[in-house]
Design a protein around this ligand. Structure first.
Ligand code: PAF
Length: 291
């Protein structure tokens, strides 16, 4: 498995792969890879012959008081995991290579990016879509895989790809969880043992709401309260616990009757980390069995 740092080398490698009849699979990441990423790479290898993993901590998707500086950078371990999972190439550019001197152009995002994380992290999705559009421009026609843990990100990228007529098939891959239900995340590394234990309130909340939903509850306020209660008991602060349309990512007010397929998404701060998680009620299994 090769590692390249120059965008021109990524473009050359993907062009060469297609020229010999291979399909290119792209797994964009910010590194600090874990089993969730390995699942993305393996899913890419099932759909493509030449799998590329990008490792780039993208500065434009972080707010001024966020964790860009301390985000874990573990390229050697990332390379080993990517290789083991079936990647053919790692692309690990420097910041200047992705944002050349004088850079000023950004992707403009719309309604799908407005609520939930979009409301709490101004500019975040503009930064995500801008860097992903650059990866797509370098990789060319391909299949690109993203985790459903970042559900709103997946929907925003799907919309960008459709709106900008990009030659990329987007595949969303189910969230990978620890046996106790916690969703895998690079930011779990920030958690102390005690904070990690507290974080189990997230799968508990999602699962309680899933159980109510399975029994027929459709009131947004009741579902939200069931999810929020265990989380509020441990979180330092809650950014949101929202029920939303799973395609448009537009939230339902508490007095709404939600449809049979509804996104339930949460974001909170706990022990120095910002954690997010979600389930699509009516579609995803609950993270935990709850009585
Ligand atoms: O999900 C991530 O790791 C990032 O947001 C992405 C898609 C690699 C863009 O920087």
């Amino acid at each position: 498995m090769d590692t390249v740092h120059d965008p021109a080398d990524l473009r050359r490698a993907c062009d060469a792969a297609r020229a010999r009849g291979a399909r290119v699979g792209l797994v964009p990441t910010m590194g600090a890879l874990h089993e969730g990423h390995a699942t993305l790479v393996r899913a890419a290898a099932e759909r493509a012959d030449f799998v590329v993993v990008t490792v780039f901590v993208n500065p434009t998707q972080f707010g001024p008081n966020e964790d860009f500086a301390r985000y874990p950078r573990t390229l050697d371990a990332d390379r080993a995991l990517a290789k083991e999972a079936g990647a053919a190439l790692v692309f690990a550019p420097e910041g200047r290579a992705m944002y050349p001197e004088g850079d000023e152009t950004r992707v403009h995002v719309g309604e799908t990016a407005a609520a939930l994380c979009g409301a709490h992290r101004p500019g975040h999705f503009e930064g995500v879509t801008t860097v992903v559009a650059k990866f797509f421009a370098l990789a060319g026609p391909c299949v690109a895989l993203f985790g459903r843990k970042d559900y709103q990100q997946l929907k925003v990228i799907e919309r960008m790809t459709r709106d900008l007529l990009l030659p990329v098939e987007i595949v969303g891959v189910p969230t990978v969880r620890e046996p106790d239900g916690l969703a895998l995340s690079s930011r779990n590394r920030y958690l102390s043992a005690a904070a990690r234990q507290s974080a189990l309130a997230i799968p508990t909340g999602l699962s309680r709401a899933s159980a109510l939903f399975a029994k027929g509850e459709r009131n947004a306020g009741a579902l939200r309260a069931a999810c929020r209660e265990p989380i509020a008991a441990v979180a330092d602060s809650i950014d949101y616990v929202e029920l939303a349309d799973p395609d448009r990512v537009t939230p339902f007010p508490d007095d709404a009757r939600v449809p049979d397929r509804t996104l339930l998404a949460v974001a909170l701060r706990l022990g120095g980390a910002r954690l997010i998680d979600n389930v699509v009620l009516g579609e995803d299994r609950a993270p935990l069995e709850v009585p």
